[in-house]
Design a protein around this ligand. Structure first.
Ligand SMILES: *Cc1c(COP(=O)(O)O)cnc(C)c1O
Length: 419
């Protein structure tokens, strides 16, 4: 479901012409649809209604302040992985006490800052991390609320870069380690164990492994609650797959239908941390064709967006639908859609059937709302794109395009000699 639709053959975001946006802000540019974000949150709540879960949006999927503001207005809370993300949530008006702080490598200064602003829960992934949180909290005279992230050793059947729930992955504690740590935590005055957390990967399109991970985590949570008290929450993570291709992912309700019976009557407060599901199909990347080049057997459509703007195809071989913003028709033929960066991996699509294209044509790379701009970088000294938010018939800039001055900020032609 999304609100990018054609009117008179022209692709629009809600009531706004993407052609008009590209003319005003230039390309490449990310465009996000408020209505799509809001609708995803609504459907997610609807699907899980019997359990009334706390929804903590995973900020790393799309951390734009304008997007975070939309989510806060929907009553969504936040899941962060760094002090930088905490800062963004606070700027967008998020409530610190409802932030969850996840990640395998939290620095002491990050733990300190998180305690200072009063974040809700630390999701802990190792014994030394729990010790560090205990120590920093005691130094501050505070007691940190902590959830143990467990690794259930379940295969999520997703891309190897985004699977996180196998024992060979760096994430979480195996069950024996979690039991031992829970026992030790009882003697740590700086921490209080509030629950168990599990997250087995991203873009998960099979419900069974998901349900299995929840089943295993729930069993352990029950056991630890009985042994130590506390443990009032069960955080089932994020990872719900979306449609990059047509009909690729199960319906939102499919995960709920399988997981709800597992947790029913368990008495735990249910929590989840979806990122991609909420914003993935709420964004497109607009780019213009610079040249069309015939190279041997291959036809290359060279556009002004590149792997530095949208990394997913190069990083994960990810598939994104690509459409001309103005349909002109004509016989489709296979082309490679590529960017200008000096890497062969700078390819958005290979052998993709596209209608005839020419220089100046505007393309929309679909489903670019999650893990798009957040992974953008300045490789080849390319400024990062502008970001635009549409709301009904209105649109505005939520991030200016970077300038060349931005790119050189903090650099010195002559070293600033220190020693
Ligand atoms: C990345 C991440 C999420 C969000 O994953 P999505 O696939 O975007 O839903 C949730 N929880 C944790 C711990 C994560 O690392």
């Amino acid at each position: 479901m999304d609100h990018f639709l054609r009117r008179d053959g022209r692709l629009c975001a809600e009531g706004v012409s993407l052609e008009g946006v590209a003319e005003r802000v230039g390309t490449p540019a990310y465009v996000y649809s408020t209505a799509t974000i809001v609708e995803h949150v609504r459907r997610l709540r609807e699907a899980w209604r019997p359990a009334e879960p706390e929804i903590h949006y995973a900020v790393k999927a799309n951390a734009n302040l304008g997007v975070l503001r939309v989510l806060r207005e929907q009553g969504v809370d936040f899941d962060v992985v760094s002090v930088g993300e905490i800062d963004r949530v606070l700027r967008a008006g998020g409530t610190p006490a409802r932030i969850d702080f996840a990640g395998v490598g939290k620095r002491r200064d990050e733990i300190d800052r998180a305690l200072e602003v009063g974040i809700g829960t630390f999701n802990v992934e190792s014994a030394p991390e729990l010790e560090a949180i205990d120590e920093v909290a005691r130094e501050r005279g505070q007691r940190a609320r902590v959830a143990l992230r467990v690794n259930p050793d379940v295969d999520a059947f997703t891309h190897r870069h985004i699977t996180t729930g196998r024992c060979e992955n760096k994430f979480g504690l195996d069950f024996a380690a979690a039991r031992a740590l829970a026992a030790r935590a009882a003697g740590m005055p700086g921490v209080r164990l509030s629950g168990l957390h599990v997250h087995i990967g991203s873009q998960i399109v099979r419900v069974e492994p998901y349900a299995e991970a929840v089943r295993l985590a729930l069993g352990l949570a029950r056991e630890l609650r009985q042994a130590h008290g506390g443990f009032e929450r069960l955080n089932i993570g994020g990872g719900f797959g979306i449609h990059y291709r047509e009909e690729e992912a199960p319906a939102m309700s499919a995960f709920a239908q399988v997981v709800l019976p597992v947790i029913e009557g368990s008495g735990f407060i249910l929590q989840m941390e979806p990122g991609r599901l909420i914003v993935g199909n709420a964004g497109v990347l607009l780019t213009r064709v610079l040249y069309v080049k015939q190279g041997g057997q291959r036809r290359f459509v060279i556009c002004d967006a590149a792997m530095n703007d949208l990394l997913r195809p190069s990083l994960y071989d990810a598939f994104h639908r690509i459409e001309p913003v103005v349909s002109r028709g004509g016989e489709p033929r296979p082309v490679d859609v590529v960017g200008p960066v000096c890497e062969s991996a700078d390819t958005f699509a290979r052998d993709r059937e596209m209608p005839p294209l020419q220089a100046g044509d505007l393309l929309a790379i679909r489903s670019a709302g999650a893990y798009g701009f957040v992974m953008a970088n300045n490789y080849n000294a390319r400024p990062r794109p502008a970001e635009v938010l549409v709301d009904g018939d209105r649109w505005g800039i939520v991030r200016e395009r970077e300038t060349l001055d931005d790119l050189c900020r903090g650099e010195h032609v002559e070293p600033r000699w220190v020693d």
